[in-house]
Design a protein around this ligand. Sequence first.
Ligand code: UD1
Length: 387
Amino acid sequence: MKIISVVGARPNFMKIAPFIKEIQAYNTQQKANGQEPIAHILVHTGQHYDDRMSKAFFEALEIPEADINLGIGSGTHAEQVGLTMMAFEKVLKAEKPDWVVVLGDVNATLACSVTAKKEHIKVCHIEAGLRSRDMEMPEEINRLVTDRLSDLLLTPDELSIENLRQEGAQDHQVAFVGNIMIDTLETNRTKAEKLIITQILDQNNIEGQTIQFDSTLDFGLVTLHRPSNVDQKEVLEALVRFLIDEVCKDMQLICPVHPRTKKNLQSFGLWEEMLQHPRMIIQLPLGYHELLRLNMDACVMLTDSGGLQEECTILGTPCLTLRWNTERPITLKEHGGASVLVGNNVRRIREEYQITLNENRKPIRPLLWDGKTAGRCLQAILDYKEV
Ligand code: UD1
């Protein structure tokens, strides 16, 4: 069997690492038994290319270097998707795999699933069935198209199975495997625990900032990168004012900054004030273990990232999700999780923020978020039978 797995952007890297380890373990076993191993090719579309957005994760999570890098880089959605399709089509024609495995909801996921189906190659989607029902999110479009085309839909939770059924997916196409990102969290937890927070902050300091972190005091974590939060000046400015004028009165705030957000903070004239504020600690994009370490001790997370919502659920960090909807309802308090949707309206964020100040950590573990998802993913591919 020949499998091509595709990654493109940062959230894909945490998801591919355990899947590749699983293939390696399977192949060792196959060879020991004199059986044929899986031929695996890793394709990186190159959507994320900065060392801190890509290479650092390959190294930290021991992902083998991609066999093929399509070098797509930044661009509009149509540019990224179109260029990826053109380049990936050539790979498929040359390699003729049995399966293309795509993960999550980034542009690589959409582009490569469409290209594979047009080449009559089976597609497996890991993290299938998530729905925000918000068609203004590029990721929702990516999820809908990918799931509609995929032969095998591997879901992180049972709510996602229901979404897929409602859209007409057949039982033989769908398997509930759990959350593959939690495999990565469990594998790396011990290593992350050993990191020292002051060292992390020093190593990832932004030029021009003098860090004044007091490890005896509380801190919160902020990550913002969604276009809906960071692309308009009035929205981003209101959020920054709330963080500086209100949250920083209660605690120190550590903010690893995505390249998109940094660019906008600078062009909206907000960057310098953040950099100079003694309780605001701006960081370069952090490595996997570094962010996990900070999340273990943060007293609150303010984020628009889906992956962090999930990690907060397992770690129990009270999480304010700065979005009006989520494709990951299982992480919400009403489903037993640690996260509350607060959108980007400051009044709403303030209300929920006040509640989290009195909350303790309450880790929960949704069904099959047990660190063994990658094995179930590979087994589902090996067991797949066309009907
Ligand atoms: C992408 C994903 C999003 C995911 C996020 C995680 C899609 C549609 N979006 O959004 O789902 O949550 O990744 O980060 O696929 N840039 C750099 N260096 C890089 C990469 C990007 O400087 O290595 C800058 C560029 O200016 C680029 C901008 O960041 O234009 C946005 O990058 P892009 O890949 O278009 O989308 P993300 O916002 O990162």
